[in-house]
Design a protein. Structure first.
Length: 95
């Protein structure tokens, strides 16, 4: 699987906002309030790059909000992918 790098995405909604909201310090990410996470992920809902961003996050990122998915949500997806054998030739999936 070849993934497009985030800097190659066309007009992502987060580009004009900055990464601070999306890419928090790992120690504080899971402690963000539900309201704050909802605010951040709502920006992703209408983003034209949501799918490719989520895929990048699933395969390449441990921290931050990617395609509207939190680190915990992406980890659950990774586990399901491993169990179902959906990894195929994707060897870059995070542990």
């Amino acid at each position: 699987m070849t993934l497009k790098s985030p800097w190659e995405f066309d007009n992502p909604s987060c580009a004009s906002i900055g990464v601070d909201l999306f890419y928090r310090d790992p120690d504080s990410m899971e402690s963000n309030s539900v309201t704050e996470q909802n605010q951040v992920t709502s920006i992703c809902k209408t983003c034209p790059c949501k799918q490719e961003c989520a895929e990048w996050g699933i395969y390449r990122e441990r921290w931050g909000i990617w395609g509207g998915l939190t680190p915990r949500e992406r980890e659950l997806i990774r586990r399901r992918m491993r169990r179902s054998g959906q990894l195929g030739g994707a060897t870059t999936l995070l542990p």
